[in-house]
Every structure is written in C-alpha cells, then in structure tokens.
Design a protein around this ligand. Structure first.
Ligand code: 13P
Ligand code: SF4
Length: 334
C-alpha cells in the first residue's frame, strides 16, 4: 500500500497539486532564503541546467555527490539530479528529508535493469560477485555486492582477486570498456544510457576535421566506436579536470552537455563543442535530468515536496554495497 507522503509527492510531481509561482519573485533570492531558513543543502549533478548549478551548494559527479550526501549536516537534502541519485542520498541518510524537484526524473540506464529479471540473471551465474554501477534502483543495489561509479570502477574491480568471477551491471558499454582496461571477462548485463548511446561517430569525425587541433573527450558510457577515437575517456569530473589541465584550447565533449557550463566557467578562453547525436538535434540533453527546473526547485523547497520515501528493509539491504564502495574509495584516496 502506498503511504500518504508518497501519494502527496506523486501528486505534486505530476502537477495535480498545482501551485502558481508569483512571477515577480526573484527565485534565486527565494531559494537562497529557503536554504538558510530550513538548513537545506542543494546537491546538483553536472548534467543539470546552468541556473540550477549556479544556485547549488555542491556540484559533482555521482561519486562526489554520494560522498557529500553521506557527510552533510543539513536537515534537508535537495537533490538536483535523477531518482537513483536522490535514492542513494536517502539510503545514506534515513533521518534526513530528501527532496527531488521532479520525482519523475528517472534514468533509462537504471530502467534497463528491473530487479526481478536481474535476480534470475544472478541465479544463472551463482559463483559470481555482482559489481553494479550506481545508476540503478535500490532494488538492484540490494542484489549487488559492491556499487561503483565511473570515477572508481577500475579501482573497485581491481580490489577483487584476478580470478574472481564478476557480473557487471547495468551498463554494457561501461562494462566492456572496463573489461578492456582491467583485462577481466566480466559478464555484462545488457543495459545502456539513452544519451550516451546515440552519439554520432560520423558527426564527431566531421567536427574533428573542422577543428583539427581539438581533443575528443568522452564518457565511458559511450559505445566502443566512439571511445576508440577519443583522446581521453573519463567520468564527468575526470572530463572536467582534463579540460582544465590540458593545453589544448578546443574540446569536442562527448557526454551530456550540462557539463559544458563548468568547463566554460573554469576555462573562459577555451572552446567546448557539444558532440551531436545521430538525430536532428544539435546537442544531446538527458530528458530525465532536464525535468528539474529552477521553478520546481523553488516549489520543492517551499513545500518540502516531492519527498523521496524508501522502504526501510530495502534501504538497509541497498546500503551494504554502497558502504563497501565508499570504504574502498576512501582507502584509495578518492
Ligand atoms: P558521472 O557523473 O558519475 O560520470 O555519471 C554520469 C551519468 O550518466 C550520471 O547520470
Ligand atoms: Fe541516466 Fe543517461 Fe540520463 Fe545519466 S545521462 S541520468 S545515465 S539516462
């Protein structure tokens, strides 16, 4: 049975509890005030809109956001990201209120692994440990041995004995990339991210001809054909670090274009070109990430809705592999 808070949150997210915003309000100032008044922290992923990044207290990749969520003293965590990220914050902070500006902000990669099917997959590989990318539901986390992100996946895999059989889920592209990097033969779940799967190799190569001195920098969720022509491959924070430190002044960025905001702030004299997808769009926004808006962020802080609610048994089970990830990351200076 659905509890009252979940019902309220769902109604709020779907617009049934409609609230008009006074158009004369300065939302930036209002949000700042609410943060102070409610002892709230806004955590934002690099794929959020620029204005959300600008008002956030902390911007990061999936690992940094999970670490920040674990350490915060705030009473309310407002997660400007997608559902699995807010869920991770709740798993780590059962006593805090975790808000997500739009509860429908899901993730195609997370959706590609339904727990019931994954359970069967696990039974077929009984002697395997399960390493799961953080982009998955709490149900999948509860079925996993260790969680990883794109920033620590190699370290997590290498922490296991060379002959340990491993299932890697849910991203087959990241899994194939990691198999190559670590020399393992992990069994891969057949999932992918809708954003990173549709970059056009042909259009990227044409851009490379137009900008011959540019560096192609890609996220490992991309397909092998894209990764094979990339000058650098890394998580969002690693891509940002590379663009800060590399001497090149032109970069073709093959990931969700929200990251360009921080790249441009840090490097006002460098050119960042978002890689185009294989459709008629010029850039490749994540439709889930982009469901969050400044207006929804304001409303969610004012009304403290929608709230992320999680079954306690599921929370406890899904925390175990996250704790293992955080411990290994800390031991390795991440
Ligand atoms: P990272 O920021 O951890 O690299 O993750 C990318 C991503 O796809 C998040 O949804
Ligand atoms: Fe999910 Fe891909 Fe969007 Fe990240 S970019 S939230 S992996 S759909």
């Amino acid at each position: 049975m659905i509890d009252i808070n979940t019902a309220k949150s769902n109604l709020f997210s779907s617009g049934f509890l409609n609230v008009d915003i006074d158009p004369t309000l300065d939302l930036f100032e209002e949000i700042k005030m609410l943060k102070k008044k409610k002892n709230a922290i806004i955590l934002a992923h690099y794929y959020q809109d620029a204005e959300i990044q600008d008002i956030a207290d902390f911007i990061g990749d999936s690992l940094a956001l999970a670490q920040k969520a674990e350490q915060t003293n705030a009473d309310i965590i407002v997660f400007a990201g997608v559902h699995f990220m807010a869920e991770t914050a709740k798993i780590l902070n059962p006593t805090k209120k975790v808000l997500l500006p739009d509860l429908n902000a899901g993730c195609s990669l997370s959706d590609s692994a339904p727990p019931e099917l994954f359970k069967l997959f696990k039974y077929k590989h009984p002697d395997h440990l399960v390493i799961t990318y953080i982009n998955c539901s709490a149900g999948i986390k509860a079925l996993s041995d260790i969680i990883c992100t794109s920033s620590n996946a190699e370290i997590i895999i290498n922490s296991l004995p060379k002959d340990q059989k491993i299932i890697f889920a849910p991203d087959k592209n990241l899994g194939a990339y990691l198999n190559k990097k670590t020399g393992r033969s992990m069994v891969l779940w057949n999932g992918a991210c809708m954003v990173h799967e549709i970059f056009s190799l042909e259009k990227i190569l044409k851009l490379k001809i137009r900008y011959p001195n540019s560096k192609v920098i890609s996220h490992p969720e991309c397909e092998e054909n894209i990764l094979s022509i990339s000058d650098f491959i890394g998580s969002t924070s690693e891509l940002l670090k590379f663009s800060n430190q590399n001497d090149s002044t032109e970069f073709i960025v093959v990931t969700e274009p929200g990251i360009l905001h921080q790249m441009q702030i840090n490097n006002p004299n460098k050119l960042f070109i978002p890689a185009p997808p294989n459709n008629s769009c010029a850039c490749n926004n994540c439709p889930h990430m982009k469901l969050n808006t400044l207006e929804k962020l304001y409303l969610c802080m004012e009304y403290e809705l929608p709230e992320l609610i999680l079954d306690e048994k599921l929370r406890i089970a899904s925390k175990v592999p996250i704790d293992r990830m955080l411990k290994i990351s800390k031991e390795n200076g991440l």
